[in-house]
Design a protein around this ligand. Structure first.
Ligand code: ATP
Length: 288
């Protein structure tokens, strides 16, 4: 096989609690992550000579060795002791800098695809180890589905599957880098601590109202305070019938849960008319 194309799905943090800070400065967290149907497309073609060449359809995303998908290909070849030239084409739909793990999922797609294209030279454990060197969210993106992540995001436990529903997600014009998000969080009081256990119990019950009531993100109060547009998008989702809404990751994407498909599509249309990028998506289950 010398050519393969794959979908790379984005994620949402159903809840995210910053639990502390390690001596090395990294924040520790508890978060329940959910794969959703919004996806990039990644295509790999082996070729003769030229090393790893990457193209991305968004001009503001780097297409050289700074792209995390490029790094994934390089790390895979080194871990498997292989050399091969290839072209990687990425078509982005997942908003960049939105807290949806767009880069991480592209990297995971490259790892999964290369392992298949080379006839599975790496075990799942070895693939996980390579994934973790690329970023804390990459091992989750290899798995997909619903997972509790602890530590700095790398300790994964499978959680009860998310109840099927409609999710409207909206990208405010502002983007938030993870670095500035941690800075804003550290300075802000009072801190909030969404409850991971409550979310896991709600997922186990399958009750969408309980899942909605357990949404939350420690980053949201400080980041929404600094970026009123984020608070405005959340209010709009609630006015438009969301059971509840919160921000994903370190922002800036905000999402709302809906039990009713027509209300969700109407909300997405109204947000688009107001000039925002908005999508109606659904949860995607485990794919390993
Ligand atoms: P996370 O939720 O993991 O914090 P994010 O969704 O906020 O991530 P990304 O969209 O993954 O953020 O990308 C953030 C930065 O990474 C951008 O500055 C972008 O230029 C760079 N980047 C490198 N490779 C990629 C890629 N394949 N796709 C998107 N961004 C990439």
């Amino acid at each position: 096989m010398d050519r393969l194309r794959s979908s790379a799905y984005g994620k949402l943090n159903l809840m995210l609690d910053i639990t502390g800070r390690r001596e090395d400065g990294y924040h520790t967290l508890e978060t329940v992550m959910q794969t959703v149907s919004l996806r990039d497309t990644v295509e790999i073609r082996f070729k003769k000579g030229g090393g790893i060449v990457l193209r991305c359809d968004l001009p503001y995303v780097p297409s050289d060795s700074r792209n995390i998908a490029w790094k994934a290909a390089d790390a895979f070849l080194k871990a498997a002791g292989l050399t091969r030239s290839m072209e990687i084409d990425i078509r982005k739909t997942i908003p960049v800098g939105g807290g949806m793990g767009g880069g991480s999922t592209d990297a995971a797609a490259v790892l999964r695809m290369l392992n298949r294209m080379f006839g599975f030279p790496l075990t799942l454990e070895q693939l996980d180890a390579v994934a973790l060197t690329l970023g804390a969210d990459v091992p989750f993106c290899l798995r997909r589905g619903t997972y509790l992540a602890e530590g700095v995001g790398e300790v994964l436990t499978e959680a009860p599957a998310m109840t099927d529903c409609q999710i409207v997600l909206c990208k405010p014009r502002v983007s938030v880098s993870s670095k500035s998000a941690f800075g804003l969080y550290d300075e802000y009081e009072p801190k909030t601590h969404p409850d991971a256990r409550a979310m896991l119990d709600a997922l186990a019950s399958g009750d969408l109202d309980r899942i909605a009531a357990s949404l939350g993100n420690s980053f949201e109060p400080p980041i929404a305070a600094a970026n009123p547009e984020i608070a405005a998008v959340r209010s709009r989702l609630l006015e438009l019938g969301a059971l509840n809404a919160t921000m994903t990751g370190s922002g800036s994407v905000v999402f709302g849960l809906y039990g009713d498909a027509s209300a969700a599509h109407r909300a997405k249309d109204i947000l688009r008319q107001a000039g925002w990028r908005a999508y109606c998506v659904h949860p995607v289950g485990s794919g390993r």
